[in-house]
Design a protein around this ligand. Structure first.
Ligand code: IMP
Length: 192
């Protein structure tokens, strides 16, 4: 069964290939499927955005589609950056976005620096039926960027005493929001 991932992010495609090909899916990226669209993420929730992306690509390919959306939610900032994680404050680099979060948390004590990453996955089967799942990982926001691994907000996301950028990819991939959402999706797919 052909499965289009509604993304051209190489890392994401590789991860999904490893996990979904053993279930019999022939995984390809949006561009490999010849679909040249950039779906606007106009939703106000991660779930809405992943559904928007999945449905737009499904309309064009008519085969199974997987789309995801993810971001960081900081308790003391009322859930910001949230769905705006990739473009928080209009900043263009990860460093600027990290600096903005740290600035907004100045004076906020350790016990009030809770945060979580969220990942939603929207899967549409070839017959048009849909599965939506969400994964989360809870931690807190540190006081300065730490570590060189990972991407995005990883250097300030503290999990069990280390930032996500200080641990190896395998460690992060065991506990991350994306891993948890994928696990739930695989459970749903195996049931059907
Ligand atoms: P998207 O799901 O590719 O649209 O990612 C949204 C944004 O959320 C990214 O650009 C990052 O800023 C942030 N983000 C999502 N997942 C992670 C993660 O695992 N670590 C750090 N930042 C993340």
């Amino acid at each position: 069964m052909k499965l289009v991932i509604a993304s051209n992010n190489k890392g994401k495609i590789r991860e999904y290939k490893q996990l979904l090909e053993p279930l019999g899916y022939e995984v390809c990226s949006q561009s490999e499927a010849g679909i040249d669209i950039e779906v606007e993420e106009t939703g106000t929730t991660f779930a809405e955005n992943s559904a928007l992306k999945a449905r737009a690509v499904y309309e064009l390919c008519g085969c199974a589609v997987l789309a995801d959306d993810s971001g960081l939610s900081v308790d003391a900032l009322g859930g910001e950056p949230g769905v705006y994680s990739a473009r928080y404050g209009g900043s263009t680099t990860d460093e600027q976005r990290i600096a903005l979060v740290l600035r907004k948390l100045e004076g906020v004590t350790k016990d009030k620096r809770g945060a979580h990453f969220v990942c939603t996955i929207h899967f549409i089967k070839a017959d048009g039926s849909e599965i939506a799942v969400e994964g989360r990982v809870y931690g807190s926001i540190g006081y300065e960027p730490l570590g060189e691994n990972g991407f995005g907000y990883d250097p300030i996301f503290m999990y069990e005493g280390k930032s996500f950028a200080q641990v190896d990819a395998e460690v992060k991939n065991q506990v991350s929001h994306r891993a948890q959402a994928l696990k739930k999706l695989l459970e749903e797919l195996k049931k059907q």
